[in-house]
Write a protein that binds this ligand. Structure first.
Ligand code: F6R
Length: 604
């Protein structure tokens, strides 16, 4: 959600900024822009829609020699996605880009308006540049004016600002939104919201802490902490090769990522399973000492993983587990006790609500663990322990392989806790370890299966809604199936526990109400089947997914007979992902970048 890049140096600034923004496209955006300050002159370009529109606008613009440049992809929060609202936002002599939300922007704007400042946009960001220029009138020093401005802002932000009053400088500030800086061998400075734009450009980067602010010049990188104390950068190495995903013949990144699940899950398992034990280098048994309960907190798809985890923890590890939506948890004055392990789940490691719950838990003195796909992300750096899911870069906004690897980690983690608590027999642990080794095969996409789903998808492009239903751990999978469909097809879909239909939702049943029924053979089959029959009796159109032939369904997707319900879970996960994908493609939607959605939700 919103991406920031910055560059100060001799190279082709325009290209560095545009390439950097391309690497951040996956975060989701609806407009983009750049501003370059070179030889005392500003050049700025903005465009609504995809980056190709910005490239078109800048095609006759060249940058040569030393320059300071900033760029931004915007995901609208305050004001529609228009060119005027796109960043960089401009004052008289300065430009700013910002990721986050300035919570007190209305008060600041009111004062500035009263003083005669003219605003061009509806954004909260614009107050930053005007406030800076106002403060600059009272001091001859641009950094003092910037520092004063930052101290007046409330909310979350990553900010880059360039100004004619201090030409060869980029000012920066970070609080709550991600940002890092890198320096190359020629001492040139780069900024970005995540490390991908910097891979290949710099070998070392400094991740800013919340409250950091400062500036870079040709020779210096000056950082102050939130206590206004100057601090040294703390550099960490970046990988040398760009691992940036390419579509490799698939129609969409999402499709590629569905197909990749088999190999990424194999990576997730790597080194973590022996014949008779689950191993996590990241953990030790002492970490669980005194822990009586687990609390899981996350958003969206990661929240569905948390629900899955709660079934596994209680069933196998016999440990009390509760699950919370992060945006709710953070404001409901939760009771927290130190015998609770607080676990956050996040693909990106940057989701604002989840990050905040992690901070709350840490502050309350709880042990914390994050399950995350992005090393060095904010959550990984803050949590006591981190387990990386190893899904690789996920470009499709609708999460697939990240979810698959998260669930795999939790299956292993529940066995790990079961080992500590001796809640399962050694024989059962070994049996489940052998099953875990079969997960990569269970998510392998068979051509015949994909073809069948492709053909079926044409019958599900209309109607007044979808119910995805399942029991037990197949209920969170139903929620995830419904979320996938909603996100990329824009059709209304709900996930329900199968047994809950008759308590209200069944009132909607008619032929135009499509029910996608998850019917695993190895878990509550008869119970779930009865619930589907109730819907069938009310003439709901049913698409059943099961290894067992079910003649009361209008459509039937036959999965393989498997020895354990978790292997059925993983196969059915692929089926619901493919179904959403094919429906979305038929509807002509942008599968990888669905409307209104962002990959990394760094505002609350
Ligand atoms: C859905 C999806 C979102 C994310 C949610 C949390 O496909 O990707 O629902 O799961 O925004 O994001 P992370 O996992 O990065 O914290």
């Amino acid at each position: 959600m919103c991406g920031i890049v910055g560059y100060l140096g001799q190279k082709n600034t325009k290209e560095i900024l545009l390439n950097g923004l391309k690497e951040l496209e996956y975060r989701g955006y609806d407009s983009a822009g750049i501003a370059v300050l070179s030889d005392g002159e500003f050049s700025s370009f903005k465009a609504v829609g995809k980056l190709i529109n910005l490239e078109e606008k800048t095609k006759n613009f060249t940058t040569e020699g030393f320059a300071a440049g900033i760029g931004h992809t915007r995901w609208a929060t305050h004001g529609k996605p228009t060119e005027l609202n796109a960043h960089p936002q401009v004052g008289h002599n300065s430009y700013v880009v910002h990721n986050g939300i300035i919570e007190n922007y209305a008060e600041l704007k009111k004062e500035l308006l009263e003083e005669g400042v003219v605003f061009l946009s509806q954004t909260d960001t614009e107050v930053i540049v005007h406030q800076f220029e106002k403060n600059l009138q009272n001091t001859s020093n641009a950094f003092e004016a910037f520092k004063q401005t930052i101290s007046e802002l409330q909310g979350a932000y990553a900010i880059l600002l360039i100004t004619k009053s201090e030409e060869k400088t980029i000012f920066f500030a970070k609080n709550g939104s991600p940002m890092l800086t890198g320096i190359n061998a020629e001492n040139e400075k780069y900024f970005a919201s995540s490390d991908t734009p910097l891979i290949g450009e710099c070998s070392e980067v400094n991740y800013f802490e919340d409250g950091d602010y400062g500036y870079v010049t040709q020779n210096d990188l000056v950082i102050y902490s939130k206590n206004n104390v100057k601090k040294e950068p703390s550099f960490t190495k970046l990988p040398i090769n760009k691992l940036s995903a390419q579509k490799e013949g698939y129609r969409f990144f999402m499709e590629k990522e569905i197909y990749e699940q088999s190999s990424v899950i194999a990576d997730t398992l790597l080194g973590r399973l022996s014949e008779n034990k689950v191993l996590f280098d990241e953990l030790d048994y002492n970490f669980f000492e005194g822990i009586k309960e687990i609390k899981l907190c996350a958003c969206g798809t990661s929240y569905h993983t948390a629900l899955c985890a709660s079934y596994m923890f209680e069933r196998d590890a016999k440990i009390k587990t509760s699950v919370e939506v992060a945006s709710e948890f953070r404001y409901r004055s939760p009771i927290m006790s130190k015998d609770t392990l607080f676990v956050v789940i996040s693909q990106s490691g940057e989701t604002a609500d989840t990050l905040e719950t992690l901070k709350i838990a840490k502050k309350a003195g709880l042990k914390t663990l994050v399950i995350c796909n992005v090393d060095n992300s904010s959550m990984v750096r803050i949590a006591d322990r981190a387990i990386l899911t190893r899904a690789g870069i996920e470009k499709g906004v609708a999460s697939t392989k990240a979810f698959a690897t998260q669930v795999t980690v939790f299956w292993m983690l529940s066995l790990y806790v079961a080992q500590i608590k001796k809640s399962l027999s050694q024989q059962e642990i070994e049996k489940q370890i052998a099953l875990l080794r079969n997960v990569p095969a269970s998510v392998h996409v068979e051509d015949t299966m994909h073809e069948r789903i492709k053909r079926l998808s044409k019958r599900y492009l209309h109607g007044h809604g979808f119910f995805f239903i399942g029991r037990d751990i197949f209920f969170p999978l139903a929620l995830e199936g419904a979320l996938k469909l909603k996100e990329i097809s824009y059709l209304h879909a709900e996930g329900y526990p199968s047994g809950e239909m008759k308590h209200g939702p069944i009132a909607l049943a008619d032929p135009e109400l499509f029910t996608i029924a998850l019917l695993p053979q190895n878990l509550l089959y008869e119970k779930a089947k009865s619930n589907v029959e109730e819907l069938s009796a009310r003439d709901s159109t049913i698409c059943a997914i099961s290894p067992v032939i079910f003649d009361k369904a209008d459509d039937f997707i036959q999965t393989q007979v498997r020895e354990h319900y978790m292997l059925e879970f993983f196969e059915m996960m692929v089926v619901v992902q493919l179904l959403s994908l094919e429906i979305s493609i038929r509807l002509g939607n942008d599968v990888d970048m669905p409307r209104n959605l962002a990959k990394s939700v760094t505002v609350e």
